[in-house]
Design a protein around this ligand. Sequence first.
Ligand SMILES: CC(C)(COP(=O)(O)OP(=O)(O)OC[C@H]1O[C@@H](n2cnc3c(N)ncnc32)[C@H](O)[C@@H]1OP(=O)(O)O)[C@@H](O)C(=O)NCCC(=O)NCCS
Length: 182
Amino acid sequence: MFIKKMIEIRIGTDSDRDDVRSVHLSAFPASERETVSTLAVALLSEDTKPETIPLVAETRDAVVGHIAFSPVTLDSNNSFLGYILAPLAVRPEHQKQGTGSQLVEDGIQRLSDIGVHTVFVYGDPKYYGRFGFSVDAAESYDPPYRLQYPFGWQAIALDKAMTEGTSGQIACVAALCDPVLW
Ligand SMILES: CC(C)(COP(=O)(O)OP(=O)(O)OC[C@H]1O[C@@H](n2cnc3c(N)ncnc32)[C@H](O)[C@@H]1OP(=O)(O)O)[C@@H](O)C(=O)NCCC(=O)NCCS
């Protein structure tokens, strides 16, 4: 009989450092794994206002996935409340079981609950499109750095009334201020 493993999503802390690093090292290709795992660990303890939200997915005995949402600012509007999703990874042996989706959806729900207006992501539209992210929703916002893959810049408006007609330059937290990540 096949029993699906229960996954719990919880806030990640500094004590998850080794597990979070290991998740990203296992999931990303060799060319990216060091950079992304360093970012993931840095975001566990990045002191930001509003706060950065790292989430881990764990089974009864191991951390199998991680995601982070950090705040962004918009130069044209001080009351804009935005976040960016980065990075996201699930251990290869746990992929295709819905864990990545659980992490994304749990995170978006938490952001929606605290009144976030827009969530950005820089990634594959074929994956993030399923959660409602779109290139169109990000079009009027300039990313923090010149993008290697401009088609990967996407957003989801959680509060459409607040984001209608909004545009400008997005700035990110210190850990993401590295052109190599973009
Ligand atoms: C992307 C990732 C987090 C998805 O985790 P997961 O737990 O397998 O996600 P889910 O089970 O919720 O969804 C799996 C589905 O996403 C698809 N998928 C995964 N990566 C994809 C991509 N880059 N483009 C399109 N689809 C993708 C899988 O093929 C699968 O499709 P299916 O539902 O039709 O079978 C995982 O594949 C991973 O860690 N990849 C390496 C790191 C990475 O690329 N992170 C994202 C950076 S933008």
